[in-house]
Design a protein around this ligand. Structure first.
Ligand code: CMC
Length: 429
């Protein structure tokens, strides 16, 4: 395999180092290109730009494979709970029993929020989107945790990791309770991570509440499947913001807002809305497939397509399977699930989707499961954020501790605006 790549420029030939990843994937190292030649590279949407080396997640978009720290995601989803998966992603190895117990204990210690934070929630209007609340309250954690803000202090980083993993579910559930005017339900540390979240979401002080064990299993699998996905938009945001050496809470808050958009994590909410709209419109799938194919119509099939996967998203396969299992066990029928399956079938036979290699992604079926669990549409992306949290932490930590690169992120641009102009005074314009 070539060790260098040659680039021919006006000034002559430049030899650029070729780097090879663990799985044989290759990269041309252009770090010194500008210094040596004055050229930059241009890559709209960073579609072909490696921003860093990373040890965390391997994705083969052509084959439809995804591995966390070398382990197949399907196996992790079946055999590990979310806390164990978080440990694997953040620290690089599956924990021993003792390490896992200590990690769980450290997280449990931090589930409560400072009582003063309840006043922050009280100030939000009832119609506030829970993603907006989540981002701002996670940002506020930096105010309440001044002793764990230094990214160069390993002990402070550890405490910040435990705090944010423990408090995000509490913040997420409180944002929902605030929006429906119910009292906050405090965390119960004898419950598992997912049980605790569902209890904070659905319990009320006046009633007994038992979390459905099937929902715990499903939520756990969904969080695990969302836990990391390489240099996606929100993770790149966390790395970008973190590269200025700002604290973990502020970096994660930025990632939450990047996730909110409908082309990223917001797709699960947008997908269920789309399915409901198709259903209300008489279930005319052909009409919506035609709209998705029309270059003059901004409508897209939500939950379809992916920048990296040019094959069936391996996570979507597991999510669809969970969907089937849940509906069977609970002997339920959801016309929206039925419609989703029909839409998938029609789209996968259509030349437009075949040629562009557009398959269902993780967001196509995940919202249907959340809907069945009684989670409202506007909380779906919050659930995605809870799942993606360990991935964000792992990348932020890798950036500060490993060879992932520690320089401040500062892309260049090709300036195409006006050349220098003579200033025109206001009176003469
Ligand atoms: N429906 C209809 N056409 C589509 C779709 C879609 N969902 N996705 C891509 N295309 C078409 C697109 O119009 C383009 O066609 P043409 O070549 O004729 O111009 C072609 O496929 C390539 O699309 P692209 O926009 O260049 O692809 P991208 O890599 O920039 O975008 C994407 C990836 C995920 C943003 C896009 O597929 C999309 O908008 N999907 C719907 C939103 C969605 O489900 N997002 C969740 C992604 S998975 C969870 C996550 O990681 O956040």
């Amino acid at each position: 395999m070539a060790k260098t790549a040659s680039l021919t420029l006006d000034s002559g030939n430049v030899e650029l180092p070729v780097l090879v990843g663990t799985e044989g994937n290759r990269a041309i190292d252009i770090t010194k290109l500008y210094r040596d030649t004055g050229y930059i590279t241009l890559d709209d949407g960073f579609a072909n730009t490696g921003a860093t080396k990373s040890h965390i997640t391997y994705i083969n978009g052509e084959a439809g494979t995804l591995r966390y720290r070398g382990y197949r995601v399907e196996e992790i989803a079946e055999r590990c709970d979310f806390t164990e998966t978080s440990y694997l992603l953040i620290y690089g190895e599956l924990p021993t029993g003792e390490q896992l117990e200590e990690f769980r204990r450290n997280i449990r210690m931090h589930t409560l929020l400072h009582e003063g934070m309840k006043l922050i929630f009280a100030g939000f209007p009832p119609e506030a989107h829970p993603m907006a609340i989540l981002g701002s309250v996670v940002g506020a954690l930096a105010i309440y945790s001044p002793d764990s803000l230094d990214p160069n202090n390993p002990e402070q980083v550890e405490v910040a990791i435990h705090r944010i993993l423990a408090k995000m579910p509490t913040i997420a559930a409180f944002s929902y309770k605030q929006s429906i005017g119910q009292p906050f339900v405090y965390p119960q540390n004898h419950l598992s991570y997912c049980q605790n979240f569902l209890n904070m979401m659905f319990a009320v002080p006046s009633e007994r509440y038992q979390v459905d064990p099937d929902f715990v299993v499903a939520m756990n699998a969904l969080l695990v499947l969302h836990a990391d996905h390489g240099q996606n938009c929100s993770t790149s945001t966390v790395r970008m913001v973190g590269s200025s050496t700002v604290n973990l809470f502020s970096s994660i808050s930025a990632g939450i807002y990047a996730l909110w958009g409908a082309l990223h994590g917001g797709a699960n909410e947008a997908c269920v809305k789309m399915l409901e709209q198709i259903q209300e419109d008489g279930g005319n799938l052909g009409k919506y497939i035609d709209r998705a194919k029309d270059p003059n119509d901004p409508f897209r099939l939500m939950g379809f397509g992916h920048r990296v996967y040019k094959n069936y998203d391996p996570r979507a396969k597991v999510v669809k399977h969970i969907c089937h299992q849940l509906f069977e066990r609970h002997a339920l029928k959801d016309p929206v699930f039925q419609l989703a399956q029909e839409l998938e079938e029609v789209a996968l036979k259509d030349p437009y989707f075949i040629e562009r290699k557009l398959y269902p992604n993780i967001d196509f079926y995940s919202g249907i499961i959340y809907r069945m669990m009684g989670i409202p549409n506007n909380m779906f992306t919050v659930l995605f954020a809870l799942g993606r949290l360990p991935g964000w932490i792992a990348h932020w930590r890798e950036m500060h501790t490993d060879s992932g690169g520690s320089r401040i992120h500062r892309p260049r641009q090709l300036y195409v605006g006006p050349s220098e102009r003579k200033f025109v005074p206001l009176i003469k314009r």
